[in-house]
Ligand binder design. Structure first.
Ligand code: MRU
Length: 359
């Protein structure tokens, strides 16, 4: 099944962002796993809200959603002149850029859409059509990229034991991409190759992407999954229950420092202490070639309600202060390899490997 064709929960293929002729359909990730619901998005404002409120989330998926947001924005243009159209498109881009700050794929996809609009001889209709085709290419390429990441990851996973126990943090699965997933792409590839015994999934406080989304994806495909509270990963490593860790990324600096969901850094520290390989799986679109180190990565802070409330209950007394960073940065020295569609790089070789220069 091809990306952009259908979204189904039980086909074994999950596409969270789909163009449906005149609107975008998103799997509403705030409702999973209780409800599998598609949300129709018909305006840029609706798409911006969907990204901000995490109806769609995960770095590559945010990029794909923003690209389709640009398509909706292009169709909202009421004028008839090219210059006005390009000014309007810049405003749409600016609105979408405000949604979430850390995942660089958002900015990457918007910039690619803006470049696609630079066609001096095209009519407005042709430009709008070209933007749609570009967004569809971004989605299609992302699925292929994830499949390549899965295959490349499979090659670098430990050779023993034959059946691996992998651990992941957050959700870097089909739901977080256009389909298939990055870290979960590696897990899927390992499962398909008969090399996976079981996935351990951190629940991932405060938004619980591991408990809600990673676990849901695994159950859809019959991949054996054990859910852990975040506090349990180091204990499992100490007990010899984990053979390798694979996580996704929201932004990777040229030196290999990697921003991913809050808690990833602790997992990497624990993996290092137990001599367990720690892999980051991400497309090239997650590498920010403009920044040399992770210190330059903007870290999103989200509403404190995400930590003071569980379900509808407040879990802490009034008078407490809060800090709710959504991401942390794992330093390159804790990372065994960065698995991309081009191949697997040691962090120190990343810039050279992708042909970029720092600074
Ligand atoms: O806040 P989220 O759910 O958007 O964060 C998602 C992550 O941190 C993922 O691990 C990352 O985006 C990689 S997705 C392939």
């Amino acid at each position: 099944m091809e990306a952009g064709v259908a979204v189904t929960a039980n086909s074994g293929t999950i596409f969270p962002v789909v163009w449906a002729g005149d609107r975008v359909q998103l799997i509403d990730q705030t409702r999973l796993p209780e409800q599998y619901e598609l949300k129709d998005i018909t305006t840029v404002a609706e798409m911006a809200t969907a990204i901000r409120t995490m109806v769609v989330r995960g770095a590559p998926a945010i990029g794909v959603a923003a690209a389709f947001g640009m398509v909706l924005g292009a169709r909202e243009y009421k004028g008839s002149d090219r210059e006005g159209f390009l000014v309007h498109l810049e405003k749409v881009a600016s609105e979408l850029r405000q949604t979430r700050p850390t995942a660089v794929n958002l900015f990457w996809a918007i910039d690619r859409m803006l470049r696609a609009a630079q066609q001096p001889t095209a009519t407005l209709e042709e430009l709008q059509q070209h933007l749609l085709e570009t967004a569809q290419s971004i989605a299609r390429e992302d699925v292929q990229t994830c499949q390549a990441i899965g295959e490349n990851g499979l090659r670098v996973l430990p050779k023993t034991p034959e059946k691996l126990r992998l651990l992941t943090h957050c959700n870097a699965g089909a739901l977080a991409t256009a389909g298939y997933g990055t870290a979960l792409g590696v897990v899927r590839a390992a499962w398909a190759a008969g090399r996976l015994e079981r996935l351990y999934a951190d629940e991932t406080r405060p938004r619980l992407q591991g408990a809600k989304l990673t676990a849901w994806e695994c159950v859809q495909e019959g991949i054996p999954v054990t859910l852990l509270a975040d506090t349990m990963a180091a204990h499992c490593m100490q007990r010899g229950m984990i053979d390798a860790v694979v996580v996704g990324a929201d932004r990777i600096a040229l030196n290999g420092d990697t921003a991913n969901k809050i808690g990833t850094y602790s997992v990497a520290l624990a993996a290092k202490a137990h001599n367990i390989p720690f892999f980051v799986a991400a497309p090239l679109s997650t590498i920010d070639t403009k920044i040399a180190t992770g210190a330059e990565i903007p870290i999103e802070e989200r509403h404190p309600q995400e930590i003071y409330q569980v379900g509808f209950s407040r879990i802490t007394p009034a008078g407490v202060d809060f800090y709710n960073p959504a991401f942390d940065v794992t330093p390159a020295h804790l990372i065994s390899g960065i698995i991309t569609e081009l191949g697997v790089f040691a962090p120190a070789d990343l810039a050279r490997g992708i042909g970029a220069t720092a600074g």
